[in-house]
Design a protein around this ligand. Structure first.
Ligand code: MG
Length: 458
């Protein structure tokens, strides 16, 4: 991890006290404090046991750079992102490893607008860190730290500005909530209670060991929520990841619905309010998103994979909605970042307007079958293989922002994309029938394998 690069696709990540040691974290704090020129920096953390140790070390580094530090303590990522902007900070830091197992932690750096640094800005921090451009303050201008209060209420009220609070209260919803024993429970309960919802809670105790379930809201981790949704007679269930930026919904029948579907439902509602707008999503998203967006008069703008890329694209083109298949919904009128509690409020708004159960909204979406696979490919061959694939499929007008994605006339598609970390090429196929998706993936695995074989003998 201590290569010339600090930041991965989602901040700095590593195992607590192995990679993220106190001295490393203090140095990151000093580098980030230098980058923010000793300004005001807000810091908060998720429920992990290593949170206090890592936050203290980072704060120490920020103070050494002369920063005024405001400590929010336990808070989900989207609430910290909101607070940085709301309280007019020069920057922010989130101590979280999102959906990773409990031994991991991470450091995310936020700009004054609450959005994660762009890759270019991360490089500036890396340059400060690696090239010893750290600027410690003199003894008389060291920073001070104080607690920041009032963020929770301000954040929840800000979410409520985007929905019809009275109408939702009158609908008397019941919601099953699974915040993964982490910080999402704090704003979610405040929000749901204020919106007049009855709440059935599972994994609601804050506990950084994540005893209830793995903090990634994948279907295999959400059995308890599915059951609770049914047994409590809830209108829907919602699960967050460890820092509550992602939300996965369960319909009233207990069926776990993957994030592309909830995003499609939100996109449809959004386009009815804001006709003709552009909706941003990574190339790995289901064709379902394109079908729904185009059917409702909008336009899809594809990006490379990664939530930070989506946020920055939204800013660049002035888009007000983004989404990822993993349950990240970016509702720009609130903030152009993934936000689990905001997504929950939008779902309540949609169900209030629709007056139909969530299962009905899910079942009317176009149905796609998905298959994933991978082919072994040494790192050094990846660029050549990608180049050959682009050559091979040039006539099909592929999307080549990140890997290569091709659509066929029958609506099926294939994405072939080198893994950023593992020596493999990943393939994602989608089609309107089970037989066809199998056919698409097998055919393209053969093509990728052939190209890799050819490239490796040269
Ligand atoms: Mg997360």
């Amino acid at each position: 991890m201590l290569s010339r690069r600090l930041f991965g696709t989602n901040g700095i990540r590593g195992v607590a006290n192995v990679e993220l040691t106190p001295d490393f974290c203090a140095k990151v704090g000093l580098a980030v404090g230098t980058y923010f020129e000793g300004g005001s920096v807000l810091i908060g953390r998720d429920a992990r046991l290593s949170g206090p140790m890592i936050a203290s070390a980072v704060i120490s580094g920020l103070l050494a750079a002369g920063c005024k530090v405001y400590d929010m303590g336990l808070a989900p990522t989207p609430m910290i992102q909101f607070a940085v902007r709301h309280f007019g900070m020069d920057g922010g830091i989130v101590i979280t490893a999102s959906h990773n197992p409990p031994e991991y932690n991470g450091i995310k750096v936020l700009r004054p607008d609450g959005i994660e640094l762009s890759r270019e800005q991360e490089k500036e921090v890396e340059e400060i860190f690696f090239e010893q451009k750290l600027r410690p303050a003199s003894w008389s201008s060291l920073g001070a730290v104080r607690a920041l209060k009032g963020a929770l209420k301000a954040y929840v009220r800000a979410i409520e500005e985007h929905v019809d609070v009275e109408a939702i209260r009158k609908a008397h919803f019941k919601v099953a909530l699974d915040p993964a024993n982490s910080v999402g429970v704090l704003p979610a309960l405040e929000l749901l209670n204020d919106l007049g919802c009855k709440v059935a809670l599972v994994n609601g105790e804050i506990d950084g060991r994540f005893p209830g379930r793995h903090p990634e809201p994948k279907p295999e981790n959400l059995g308890a929520l599915s059951q609770l949704t049914r047994s409590s007679g809830a209108d829907f269930g919602v699960a967050y990841d460890g820092d509550a930026d992602r939300s996965i919904f369960v319909d009233e029948l207990g069926r776990i619905q993957w994030g592309d579907k909830s995003f499609a439902i939100v996109a449809k509602w959004f386009l009815a309010r804001w006709p003709g707008e552009e909706v941003v999503t990574p190339v790995s998203s289901s064709s379902l998103i394109r079908d729904v967006v185009e059917a409702h008069g909008g336009k899809v703008v594809w990006t490379a994979v990664g939530s930070v890329v989506v946020s920055h694209k939204m800013l660049e083109i002035g888009s007000r909605l983004g989404g990822e298949e993993n349950g990240g919904i970016f509702f720009g009128p609130h903030q152009p970042v993934r936000d689990g509690p905001m997504s929950t409020a939008l779902m309540l708004q949609i169900l209030t307007e629709e007056r139909r159960p969530l299962s009905a909204l899910m079942d009317e979406l176009p149905k796609y079958y998905l298959m994933k696979s991978s082919v072994k490919c040494p790192h050094e061959l990846k660029p050549v293989v990608l180049e050959r694939l682009r050559e091979e499929f040039k006539h099909m007008n592929p999307l080549t922002i990140d890997g290569i994605r091709i659509w066929f006339d029958d609506g099926s598609s294939i994405l072939m994309r080198p893994s950023g970390t593992e020596p493999i090429f990943r393939l994602y196929a989608e089609a309107r029938s089970e037989e066809r998706v199998k056919e698409v993936i097998e055919e393209h695995m053969r093509i990728v394998e052939g190209i890799i074989r050819e490239a490796s003998v040269r």
